[in-house]
Design a protein around this ligand. Structure first.
Ligand code: PXL
Length: 275
């Protein structure tokens, strides 16, 4: 049976994030991608205003229909979801999972030291429950700080700080941690990859910009790479390079502030996967 990945996150109609990234990117990796939209927004929340429609009410309904049809998944990738959805998502994973299915949790909730609009102070505790049992979690340093209830440090940290975060995150019950946004030198940015034994790093050049949606581009290409049989570290490398290629495709367009042109870099991703 071919692989089928289910991704659960919002659909922001405009903004190059969440489902409008995950669906094309994972499909480009050659993996059938099913979607369960957690909410519909007119655009993501980095715009000044947005509409928001929560779709929790339909999740159990969709699950019971899938069960009637014996629909199952070989992989799950969750992103931007609400607190009330977390127990339902756990149930969906439990009841539609094939044997040894991969579970990737991107604990989307915060960046640059701050929670995204609309998330309560209790949310990280709930998100920690979703991390428990995941094969891989993909927090940025802000999300890691909220998950662990520690102070966020944006710079001037040492390896010990990052490695303690990785070890503490594993204690939440995830098998592997890929911590994003790690930087020890001002012109290098990368990830720490911890499998519970050893911590490895991968760095790319740090471009002098910060762009929206790069976490989703990273997570989607990472999940797609894992499904192609790449190791944790290989997948993190491919995903980090793909983010850099996407930023480079965007950087000269000063009007394009809301996302990255990941579409332009799809040829890189396809080639990196040997397709
Ligand atoms: O990229 C993460 C993300 C996903 N979904 C929505 C968001 C954001 C980040 O701001 O607003 C709706």
């Amino acid at each position: 049976m071919d692989q089928r990945l289910l991704t659960i996150q919002d659909i922001s109609c405009v903004g190059q994030c969440s489902l409008t990234v995950a669906l094309p990117v994972i499909s480009a990796c050659g993996i059938e991608t099913a979607v369960l939209p957690s909410s519909v927004l007119s655009n993501h929340t980095a715009f000044k205003f947005w509409t928001f429609n929560d779709l929790t009410f339909d999740m159990e309904n969709i699950l019971s229909q899938w069960k009637k049809e014996n629909i199952t998944f070989s992989a799950f990738y969750t992103g931007y979801v609400s607190e009330a959805q977390i127990p339902i998502i756990k149930k969906i994973i439990k009841e539609t999972s094939r044997k040894n299915a991969l579970v990737v949790v991107d604990p989307v909730m915060a960046d640059n030291g701050k929670m995204y609009p609309g998330f309560s102070a209790d949310f990280p505790k709930k998100m920690a429950e979703l991390c428990n049992g995941a094969d891989v979690i993909l927090p940025n340093i802000t999300e890691a700080s909220f998950l662990l209830g520690i102070e966020y440090r944006s710079e001037n940290y040492e390896k010990e700080y990052i490695e303690k975060i990785c070890r503490d995150l594993i204690k939440l019950g995830a098998k592997n941690v890929v911590l994003t946004g790690v930087s020890f030198e001002k012109d290098k940015l990368g990830v720490a990859v911890y499998d519970g034994n050893s911590i490895e790093y991968y760095f790319t050049e740090k471009l002098p910009v910060q762009m929206h949606g790069t976490g989703d581009v990273f997570a989607s290409s990472f999940a797609g790479s894992l499904c192609n049989g790449k190791t944790l570290l290989e997948s993190a490398k491919i995903a980090a390079n793909y983010v850099v290629e996407s930023i480079k495709a965007t950087i000269d367009d000063k009007d394009h502030w809301y996302g990255v042109k990941f579409e332009k870099a799809i040829p890189y991703l396809v080639k990196a996967l040997g397709k």
